[in-house]
Design a protein around this ligand. Sequence first.
Ligand code: GDP
Ligand code: ZN
Length: 352
Amino acid sequence: MTSLFYINPDKKIILIWLKDNYIFSYQFLKLEKKIKGIITKIESKHYYLIPEGKDEEILCSLRGKFKKEYELKKDKLYFTDFIAVGDYVDFEMNKDGTGVINKIEKRKNHLSRKLPKVRGASYRGERLEQVIAANIDKVIIVTSIHFPNFNNRVLDRFLVAAESSKLNPIIILNKIDLDENGEYTKWKELYEKIGYKFILTSTKTMNGIEDLKNELLGCKSLFWGHSGVGKSSLLNKIFPSINLKIGEVSQYTSKGTHTTVTSRMIKVAENTLIIDTPGIREIDPYGIRKSDLGHYFIEFSDFINDCKFNTCTHNHEPGCSVTQAVKEGLISEERYDSYLRVLDTIEDDIHF
Ligand code: GDP
Ligand code: ZN
């Protein structure tokens, strides 16, 4: 008896054999051991993921080899940082319904922050960078008019973090129903002039909700904003099935401790994922030098190259084109003021 195997384009294996001058064939699916998934949540050594094309989360552990890699990086990064929410992985199923992660794919991008200094910690073993999430299509920065009040400097700080990680930020100013005198549209004008997408929203009047929805569909978006700005309310209006709690005070440990990353990803529609960051109140951009900060205030880029010194920090230096542009009204005072405040808080990092 002769037989042959043939794999057709649907990855089906076809077995063909000849018997008594008749051709027989049999088709079966090749068992793929490796399955692809995306990390949705990390809790200590528990890694949750959603397999490709599915909706349900699976609890996984990491293959032992990763621990060895961690040993090598001990003085720079902690365990959690080489796997983060948003990472694509290969995994295998165990018989009990849990999985084991074998491989972590290279990231397209990631958002990280510099961790607050820990008093008394030795330099060695100090964790410098914390990865918040990986493979992000859009960063939705949510602010509100009141409770909490709009603060453009908080917004600009986050824009710096997004720009320095080459992410695509979109600004939301929520609770526009509280803007009785229409005084907040000036911020929309300011940021749109720079080139940012800026959407005024209200979950009470439904202003801007459709616009925001269109931005989210088919993308992986990270939501960031102080507690109370209306992130859960907005997501509930757009995707009613997710039912996030409203007004829930998020839990986060105070400054000075190694706070754990509490970002988590939820699938809200087909190909549409939201990364929520309830534990991330502040983002101290990681790995920025004073002389580079100007590049992350994107409207400065038209002027930076004309500064007299190429190490210009656009502060007090003579022959600075950026300060000249502020004087001429080409760069807004508000943005320049934000720039100086961020500049003031940057300590040049030792490691890059
Ligand atoms: P989160 O902490 O960012 O998730 O904010 P929540 O969605 O929990 O909302 C915080 C508070 O703001 C709740 O009391 C909401 O009812 C209120 N809120 C949310 N959106 C709006 C809005 O568009 N207008 C007004 N006036 N209040 C809002
Ligand atoms: Zn300058």
